[in-house]
Design a protein around this ligand. Structure first.
Ligand code: 5GP
Ligand code: ZN
Length: 115
């Protein structure tokens, strides 16, 4: 995925404030944080969205959930956080490489959706 923004971050072509990395995952600070803690966790392998996920993605997607709590705690959200994955047009996805937002801080992030 030559032109994918997050693939370019994985390859080091675009700088990012990395907070976690292993062989399959990368986590970095969102460039426009919505809360004091706002991290994006991505698979290093390009997957466009949850609408494009296949059974072979199960282990890496499972790991994304499992590492979230430690990343949140390390970044200053030790008492919980919200994880969000936007998918497609209706979900409001802007970057077409699967990413899980981890948002939090010291204060509650608020209602899940505006009514
Ligand atoms: P989405 O709306 O697709 O769920 O979220 C995309 C997120 O990526 C947004 O919160 C946006 O601020 C973030 N973002 C977009 N471009 C960059 C970038 O170049 N670097 C970083 N660190 N975050 C980005
Ligand atoms: Zn990509």
């Amino acid at each position: 995925m030559q032109d994918c923004l997050f693939c370019r971050i994985v390859r080091g072509e675009i700088p990012a404030a990395k907070v976690y990395e292993d062989d399959e995952l990368l986590a970095f600070k969102d460039i426009q944080p919505q809360r004091p803690v706002h991290v994006l966790v991505i698979p290093k392998k390009h997957v466009t969205s949850l609408a494009h996920a296949t059974p072979e993605d199960i282990p890496v997607f499972g790991k994304m959930l499992v590492v979230a709590n430690q990343i949140a705690a390390d970044q200053g959200s030790p008492e919980g956080f919200r994880s969000i994955i936007n998918t497609g047009r209706v979900g409001g996805q802007e970057v077409m490489h699967v990413h899980m937002h981890i948002v939090g801080g010291q204060e509650p992030v608020g209602p899940m959706l505006k009514r």
